[in-house]
Write a protein of this length. Sequence first.
Length: 256
Amino acid sequence: MVGVIRDFFVQFLNPLAFVSLVLFLSLFLIKSSPKTAIWFVAISLVIVAVFGNQIFSTFLTRSMEWRYMPVEKMEKADAILLMADGAMEADTPRQRVEVEGEADGVLYSAMYYQQKLAPVIIVSGNTARTENAKILLMELGVPERAIIMQSQASNLREDVTESLKIIEDKEMQSVILVTTALKMDRTMYLLRYSGLTITPAPVDYQVTLASWQNLADSTWQQILTRILPSSTALDQTFQALWEYFGLAFYRVRSIF
């Protein structure tokens, strides 16, 4: 029940969901308190205009993603720790496991294994995510014996906790951490006291150098074409805000 309540309120961190709630409340205030209703509508417009703006979304996402950049020369490690996500199960009418952007981690993990940077891949997540990632890894040439499954986690904190149990049990000293660039900072923070030698291997960058330079060098004509909000920018802003809120929560929790 606690989980249901938590999930219900967490969804309102999504700017679109929050705006929908505010506009819904405004309908009931139009007659009884029109000034308040007008303020609510104005607030909703500001949120959509700012959070749904491509320029703001790109700036916020870049500020989190670029904290960790790809390592030029990858050192060998005892294991590759893959935070599995983005692999969608072969549910009808899909004919096989399909991928989203976050599944880039599977591709990179397979590549690191084939480059002999680590002898095993620890796949961490819930049951569905890890099973789908395992299927993709095997299709990419990683033998089943080289895949260690950790499928007991429902969030990132549990991902890290359960993975560390496996790492400690097998007396590993170093890992190549593969996760999305957006989640890398929060994941590294959770691993700060692990005592491991960690090589960050971020993937799935939403903001590339070329896209950032194009945005920074935009003419006023180009800015005009990007000023209106979009659902893509709203979603990207939400994901970046989620990482900031999560990181802030962990820092505050560590104090108390």
